[in-house]
Ligand binder design. Structure first.
Ligand code: UD1
Ligand code: MG
Length: 455
């Protein structure tokens, strides 16, 4: 059997109170729907079909690069109707897995279990869950032999049926051929005047098939998101799960509840992450990296033993082993640091390559710069890289010493071993191994008196 994954995502999400369609609301920094599409891809689905309605254009645009067939459901007439509009995209001999754009944490392992239950002799399998409070959910009706008979929606249920604790998660796997047949028989004669997908369960039983069921490995997998309160609650669960996975790999966290991972992190052994750290995008942390409190890292690669001290902000950077960054450093895109570089407080870098062991320790802006090894850049050094129209390059050789409060007006080159006197404005190439400075001479007026205040 091939695999078709059908994702229902047409609902409005009124309770989100947001301009953003519900399935585009972020969880762990990615749209809810992105999680579901990723799971479909992890299952190696032959086809992924998304049913969209509210905010359809925005949803399509957000996933323009994903291999998803989109189907428009202009009116939301119920879950059964939503599946029907996609029927032409479903293969008869496929196992069709029905997922929801607002149920983001369903795992591929749980779905594998469910899919394994679908056979020619058992064309339908349900994912169910036992809940203490089953209010609002469709109830699983079983006979005296514990065989599934039907799903009854809460609004249509008898008081006895409402006592049932086993609920429909909404997720199911059905063979395409039978699914299409049953969909064509749906009606909306029920309390909500909707076409219920859940009515196909009784049809399956009526056709003489036994309905199998499976349960999720973890209840959070089937939690749906309807408002910002549930979104936040699920975010906490998701973050805790990610933090736990990191700790299992040998990462030490000061507080698992004060780490945010919005993307993907790989980490070597003995990494330490202090409180209130946000890791966004793809981050790679080698062994023995430490990240201080209140740092924000986005798409960075940190080599072994790198120390990022508190309140630092790094984006699109590659940092080699044993560099020390911060506190209060801002490393902007294109920053590449070789081994043992030190970037200190209130230093901003952008599009720079800095050689082994060089230091920029205080209050500097270094942009569009190639710097060699063993340099020492004094406090307050500014590369003046922008003339108001174009950006220009500053080239600094090896073992250069730049005195404090120097401006390097790019394009400009400083050769190996040069020393630049503090307070210089450098506009021309600086020769190697010499002292260069541009500074008006200091003078003292002998015998000068302070003015006296007039009567
Ligand atoms: C559905 C199930 C219920 C189950 C519950 C789990 C039915 C009839 N009932 O109820 O048994 O316990 O989910 O949460 O299936 N959608 C569309 N188009 C539509 C209608 C819905 O795309 O026309 C999408 C919604 O965006 C949503 C999902 O399907 O993501 C579920 O729809 P919803 O109306 O919330 O179903 P429930 O009444 O919660
Ligand atoms: Mg619902």
């Amino acid at each position: 059997m091939s695999l078709n994954v059908l994702i229902l995502a047409a609902g409005k999400g009124t309770r989100m109170n947001s301009k953003l369609p519900k399935v585009l609301q972020p969880l762990g920094g990615r749209p809810l729907l992105a999680h579901v599409i990723n799971t479909a891809q992890a299952l190696q689905a032959d086809k992924v079909i998304g049913v969209i309605g509210h905010g359809a254009d925005a949803v399509k645009q957000a996933f323009a690069d994903s291999a998803v067939d989109w189907v428009l459901q202009t009116e939301q007439l119920g879950t059964g109707h939503a599946v029907s509009v996609a029927a032409d995209h479903l293969d008869d001999d496929a196992c069709v897995v029905i997922l929801y754009g607002d149920v983001p944490l369903i795992s591929d392992a749980t779905l594998q279990d469910l899919i394994a239950q679908v056979k020619t002799t058992h064309p339908l399998a349900l994912l169910t869950l036992i809940m203490h409070d089953s209010t609002g959910y469709g109830r699983i009706v079983r006979d005296s032999h514990f065989k599934v008979q039907a799903i009854v929606e809460e609004k249509d249920a008898t008081p006895e049926q409402r006592q049932i604790k086993e609920v429909n998660t909404g997720i199911m796997a059905v063979r395409g051929l039978e699914l299409k047949k049953w969909l064509s028989q749906l009606d909306n004669n029920n309390a909500q005047r909707e076409y219920y997908l859940t009515d196909i369960i009784a049809m399956c039983v009526a056709d003489g098939f036994e309905v199998n069921s499976a349960q999720p490995a973890n209840a959070i997998e089937v939690l749906g998101v309807n408002d910002k309160v549930q979104l936040q609650a699920l975010e906490r669960e998701y973050q805790l799960a990610q933090a736990t996975a990191l700790m299992r790999q040998g990462v030490t966290l000061a507080d698992a509840s004060r780490l945010e991972i919005r993307g993907h992190v790989t980490a070597g052994k003995d990494v330490f992450i202090d409180v209130n750290v946000v890791l966004e995008g793809n981050n790679q942390l080698a062994e023995d990296v430490t990240i201080g409190a209140n740092c924000h890292l986005k798409n960075v690669i940190l080599g072994q033993g790198v120390k990022v001290q508190p309140f630092s902000h790094l984006e699109d950077c590659v940092i080699d082993a044993d560099c020390v960054i911060g506190p209060y450093a801002r490393l902007r895109p294109g920053t590449e640091l070789a081994e043992g570089v030190r970037i200190g407080n209130f230093v901003e870098t952008k599009k720079v390559r800095i050689g082994k062991g060089s230091k920029v320790n205080h209050l500097s802006y270094i942009g569009d710069t190639l710097m060699g090894e063993g340099c020492n850049i004094g406090a307050g050094t500014i590369t003046c890289n922008y003339d108001g129209v174009n950006k220009h390059l500053t080239e600094i050789g090896n073992n250069v010493f730049v005195g404090s409060d120097t401006q390097l007006i790019a394009p400009v080159k400083v050769n190996d071993g040069a020393t630049i006197g503090a307070g210089s404005t450098i506009t021309k190439e600086v020769p190697a191994e010499e002292l260069t400075l541009s500074r008006s001479k200091q003078l003292t007026i002998k015998g000068w008196h302070k003015p006296v205040k007039k009567g």
